[in-house]
Design a protein around this ligand. Structure first.
Ligand code: UDP
Length: 332
């Protein structure tokens, strides 16, 4: 029986961010004591509001590329689970300070893996579908090694995550830490920043405000979009599973849509007269992306439950609620 004054702790690095804040809430809901470590670089501080009302939640401001705060090190012996979600994940944000993005993935992951080693906690890395680059294999299975450009503008993120994976698997091979690695595919939902810069938040906010709808390229490129609560369920199942931690697991929704079809789904939910503005396709923008989730289905008994239209409707309702707070000004 856990003593109330000496509880087992779960550390969520990046817990104030979009996915992290939903994860913290789900962990609190199941009774965990949660420490959230976040530098608030891309997190919306509002995400912390509800979490901070829970006495089992603690926020620590800090950057994982710095030595971990003494208050966390001092309690290492009580930490049982470490989730690493710390990194800007939207291309415009992670490319704004690429050196910091790379260091967040490499140095930050090293700091958290060492904490896992010190505490005996299980460590989960949120890696990314970006490790597959602009994939030649479709859909992407975990054993596909990817087609990544190490000199392009996305490299700070995708090569950073590949290095983080390499380090996590080395810690596992050397029996220094018990690890889990999730490769997260495009995820959306409430708590995204209006200026996140990714396609779902952009199209919804543009439709709601009547601003021009920005479509990069001709809209024929594809993505597969997973609703955030489905993603959080997958992350928690992976963390608690007994599967061999030496294999990464894709988490994402295997339903694939072109960006043009996504726009139609958004317009069905938010009628708008806003014109479509066609812009250049960003460098190294993957043409197609769709996870093979056979491994997650088999080993975690997990698959997404939320269809795209239902998830977009919930996300649009949440963004609409933000309108009066003047947060919907979208940065160019
Ligand atoms: N995209 C778009 N309009 C936008 C933002 C993105 O057409 O306002 C496109 C982008 O070029 C990419 C896809 O939508 O092909 C998904 O982009 P996002 O940045 O959401 O995620 P990622 O490229 O990291 O999968």
């Amino acid at each position: 029986m856990m003593r109330a004054d000496n509880p087992k702790l779960t550390l969520v690095a990046g817990g104030a961010g979009f996915i992290g804040s939903h994860l913290c809430q789900a962990l609190l809901d199941r009774g965990d004591h949660v420490i959230c470590l976040d530098n608030l670089q891309t997190a919306n501080p509002d995400n912390l509001g509800e979490l901070e009302r829970n006495p089992r939640f603690e926020f620590v401001e800090g950057d994982v590329i710095q030595p971990l705060p003494p208050g966390i090190i001092a309690r290492a012996g009580r930490i049982r689970r470490i989730y690493n979600l710390a990194c800007a994940a939207s291309p415009p944000h992670y490319q704004a300070d690429p050196e910091h993005t790379m260091l967040t993935n490499v140095i930050g992951t090293d700091h958290l893996l060492r904490l896992a080693e010190m505490s005996g906690a299980r460590f989960l890395l949120t890696s990314t579908s970006e490790v597959y680059g602009d994939p030649e294999m479709h859909p992407q299975r975990e054993d596909y090694r990817g087609w990544v450009n190490c000199t392009g503008p996305r490299a700070c993120y995708d090569e950073g995550k590949r290095a983080a994976e390499a380090m996590a698997f080395d810690f596992a091979r050397m029996n220094r830490a018990e690890i889990r690695v999730a490769r997260i595919f495009n995820t959306y939902g409430p708590h995204m920043n209006p200026d996140d810069g990714r396609v779902v938040s952009n199209l919804i906010c543009q439709a709601l405000t009547g601003s021009p709808i920005t479509l990069y390229g001709d809209g024929s490129q594809t993505r597969s979009f997973c609703y955030v609560t489905d993603m959080v369920e997958g992350l928690m199942r992976l963390m608690e599973s007994d599967i061999d931690g030496r294999e990464p697991v894709n988490l994402g929704n295997p339903e694939e849509f072109t960006i043009s079809v996504l726009l139609e789904v958004v317009r069905d939910i938010i009628p708008t007269r806003a014109a479509v503005q066609y812009l250049a396709l960003p460098i190294d923008d993957p043409r197609r992306r769709k996870p093979d989730i056979g491994r997650a289905r088999l080993l975690l008994r997990w698959e997404p439950q939320t269809p795209l239209a239902a998830g977009i409707a919930k996300t649009a309702a949440w963004f609409a609620g933000q309108l009066d707070t003047e947060k919907l000004r979208i940065k160019e």
